[in-house]
Ligand binder design. Sequence first.
Ligand code: DWN
Length: 408
Amino acid sequence: MTTNLCRISGTLLTKVLDFGKQPLGNGFLEAKYFKDEYFFPMEIGYSEISMMFQLIEQPAPEKMFHDHYAFYSSTSNFMAQHFKQFAHQVIQSGYLTKESPFVIELGCNDGIMLKNFAEKNIRHLGIEPSLNVAQEANKHGVHTRCEFFSEELAEIIVREEGQADAFLAANVMCHIPDIVGVVKGIKKLIKPTGVVVFEDPYLGDVIAKTSYDQIYDEHVFLFSALSIQYLFGLQGMELIDVLPQKTHGGSMRYVLAHQGAYPVKDSVTQLIAKERTQGLDRLSTFETFRTNVQKSRENLVRLLNDLKAQGKKVAGYGATSKSTTILNYCGIGPDLIEYISDTTPIKQGKFTPGMHIPVVPYETFKSNPPDYAVLFAWNHAEEIMAKEKEFMAAGGKWIVHVPEVKVF
Ligand code: DWN
């Protein structure tokens, strides 16, 4: 859907970035589909009223989330650990009622977080629109409905299963264009003492690290505490706590409740003040960001061309959704990056969206290692460095583009 109006405030958006035509971030495809590949104009708009950073056009949800969605959350051990801790923190938070607590997760993917509630026999419900991953969740004992969330669905759930103590989401809310409808649904779905706890990549980190690869079709929004406070405030809800997370290169966990239900923690006041200092409330910040993004592109392309001129073999590590933005915005194809290794079976044997670099199994990286590996899964660097000691010991080098383009 294209809009020149802010999806939250309804006021006119100012265009702050233009990435040109982009394919679907997770649209890994076989060669026979190249000629029909879908592209959309990827531009970013910003509203100084809602302070929301958002895509101007987003492809229809059915194009992105379906029965062959390519991203399985459980591909990272670190993330499995992270969601276990997330679940435990919610259980120990004191927000769940003692009598028959009920927890809902939006976009539960393959059940990576909810299985921690299922294991403790806590009543739960996952809502997941992509059939293949929803089936995986059900297989693991996670009670999941395969549907898109809406205000109507919230009413049905309240009728059938009652109101929830906690409504959770991780890396989901920023994907939903009708976020106002979702917040209206959440308001009906949680008890008067209920809380919403969700986390997403954090705009403050994206700006500070020039991690512009967090911008792709699925991420219709990049949130800040300022924009979340505005969005939920419209429905009489309040931001009561914020907890920065290391995941996905810098995320923020937001805790919200009905207005006045709980005291607002100092963490909220402090983060809001920090965001104003960083300039997340004004347009000029995104003009500087645009210049930084352009510089990052120039540096990466120059480096890859130099390596090519030296006859070096370069591959990619992790066929992330994020890499789709980098590759297409920088015009990097198989002439500069021979292949991208990825452990996800559904991506292997296919080509990257738009630039058509072959995606190969991890075994290829092991048996045919490059001189340089572009770490597209830079957000998993800790986990990857721990397991790639052999590559580095043999002289293999990494290339990263965040927070600046460098070789190490
Ligand atoms: O919001 C979203 C986030 C949470 O996940 C989605 N819209 C889609 C997805 O984004 P992404 O694809 O950028 O996520 P990741 O977690 O950075 O993807 C990592 C990729 O790298 C996966 O395809 C798995 C792969 N991988 C690998 O090949 N070897 C990952 C690790 C840790 C590894 O060791």
